[in-house]
Design a protein around this ligand. Structure first.
Ligand code: SAH
Ligand code: DHB
Ligand code: MG
Length: 218
């Protein structure tokens, strides 16, 4: 069926459709539910984690890719980390980096409650500083970027140096809340990431509400 509306950018989803599909395909076990609802229980925690379907997509990408050694920048309270931990299996290892020690403490408890405390290390500090300490554990199979948008170009450069050939890069907020083409520090940084990824990876930007960039390193 010819569909000029969707090619022009029209979207057909709505809250009812998204809710139905989140529940059908991306349901929560008790551990995921605990992490996902942490912001509702704690007013100091922003509700800025991936959506249920986005997080399940990251889980499936990591599982399909067969990643074992994964780095995440931007833990919040461990929701996406639990999805990645499930995908890497018991032999895998996830290093996840969080700047805010209050977020990191809650994340550790959520990840332990979800049954993945053994395969996840939550590291506290600025992404750029902590990444520099991880290089000896590399090369890595996958890197998921979801922290401060102004540093995305630095996280991408680190990923390109420290992923194996065939390694997977994933970055949330690839539209920068609509500022990708704007002259802001975040817009410039994420645009640089897109251009670096287009050069060094086989890549695409998936049109989720705020865009998810994925690439396989050449
Ligand atoms: N990936 C998470 C959501 C991350 S939200 C999930 O989907 O469940 C972004 C997180 O990045 C916040 O917790 C924020 O404190 C953290 N952050 C902000 N600046 C950072 C930095 N410079 N280094 C590491 N983490 C940072
Ligand atoms: C924010 C950060 C995110 O990673 C996100 O997906 C949504 C919002 C934020 O910092 O506001
Ligand atoms: Mg995000």
């Amino acid at each position: 069926m010819a569909d000029n509306d969707s090619r022009a950018g029209k979207r057909y989803d709505d809250p009812a459709i998204r809710g139905y599909l989140d529940k059908l395909h991306a349901a929560h076990d008790p551990g995921l539910e605990r992490a996902f609802t942490t912001p509702q229980q704690n007013p100091d925690i922003p509700a800025i984690m991936l959506s249920p379907s986005e997080a399940k997509m990251v889980e499936l990408l990591v599982r399909m890719h067969g990643s074992q050694k994964v780095v995440e920048v931007g833990t919040l309270v461990g929701y996406s980390a639990l999805r990645i931990a499930a995908a890497i299996g018991p032999a895998g290892k996830l290093w996840t980096i969080e700047y805010d020690p209050k977020h990191a403490e809650i994340a550790r408890a959520n990840i332990a409650a979800g049954g993945h405390g053994d395969r996840v290390e939550v590291l506290v500090g600025k992404g750029v500083d902590v990444l520099a300490t991880l290089e000896g554990h590399g090369p890595f199979d996958a890197v998921f970027i979801d922290a401060d948008k102004e540093s995305y170009h630095l996280y991408g450069a680190w990923a390109t140096r420290n992923l194996r050939r065939g390694g997977l890069i994933i970055a949330d907020n690839a539209y920068v809340f609509g500022n990708l083409l704007g002259d802001t520090a975040a817009g410039r940084s994420v645009k640089q990431l897109h251009e670096d990824v287009a050069t060094h990876y086989d890549s695409v930007c998936i049109p989720t509400p705020d865009g998810v960039l994925i690439g396989i390193k050449k």
